[in-house]
Write a protein that binds this ligand. Structure first.
Ligand code: G3P
Length: 214
């Protein structure tokens, strides 16, 4: 399973990217706002991320009209060939995705809540869909069951499942078992993946034994 970070706060991102375990960084306007990054600063952010261990960066379009989304997608992709364009799963967004995909631009269709949107994203030639697991569950749906269904729907299509809105490190394990291709994690959830008190206790024992052997 590929791991991505869902953030624009470079202070939080830097140590996590430095581990080398995270393939890249995903953003959207909400995440930019949370990270205090205004739209004109996005090219600088993309440059910083690529220079600090992010092998891919995902940036979302903000337009609604199909032609405008396609133009914005091309402008974003011009920033780097390691940039994936994110487009919301609206009817216009899916039409724009089809055109961008035909032009060779990799697209992630985002804010996906239902397997039928996975079918549409695959038909649009999307590289990825991003189901919002936490939000699905919080709205009363069975988020994990829906994501597992999306994974089955997309098998063999060339469109992968990159799950966003992930609330806990345990969700990551459940998603990996369900065959999700990737997750994108807020920094606190990503840090939680590493936390294991029994490992810390074992390391303390190793240290004590090593000190006694010196
Ligand atoms: O990238 C996913 C996203 O912005 C939604 O996450 O935590 O607001 O549900 P959240």
């Amino acid at each position: 399973m590929l791991l991505y970070l869902d953030a624009a706060d470079t202070t939080a991102l830097e140590p996590l990217l430095a581990t080398g375990l995270f393939r890249g960084v995903t953003t959207n306007p909400l995440i930019l706002q949370r990270g205090g990054v205004r739209l004109p600063a996005v090219p600088d952010l993309v440059g910083w991320l690529l220079a600090h261990g992010s092998r891919e960066v995902f940036v979302q379009t903000t337009a609604h009209d199909v032609d405008a989304v396609v133009r914005e997608g091309h402008d974003l992709r011009a920033l780097s060939d390691r940039l994936v364009v994110k487009v919301p799963a609206t009817a216009e967004g899916l039409a724009a995705t089809r055109r961008l995909a035909d032009d060779g631009v990799p697209v992630l269709v985002t804010a996906v809540y239902h397997p039928r949107q996975a079918v549409l994203a695959a038909a649009a030639g999307a590289r990825w869909i991003a189901p919002y697991l936490g939000r699905m569950t919080e709205s009363g749906r069975d988020g994990h069951a829906l994501v597992a269904q999306m994974v089955r729907v997309l098998a063999g299509t060339g469109t992968g499942t990159l799950v966003a809105s992930v609330r806990t490190p345990d969700d990551v394990v459940t998603l990996a078992e369900a065959g999700a291709d990737a997750v994108t994690l807020a920094p606190d959830v990503a840090r939680g993946l590493f936390a294991e008190p029994l490992t810390d206790a074992a390391v303390a024992q190793f240290d004590a034994a090593a000190a006694a052997l010196a």
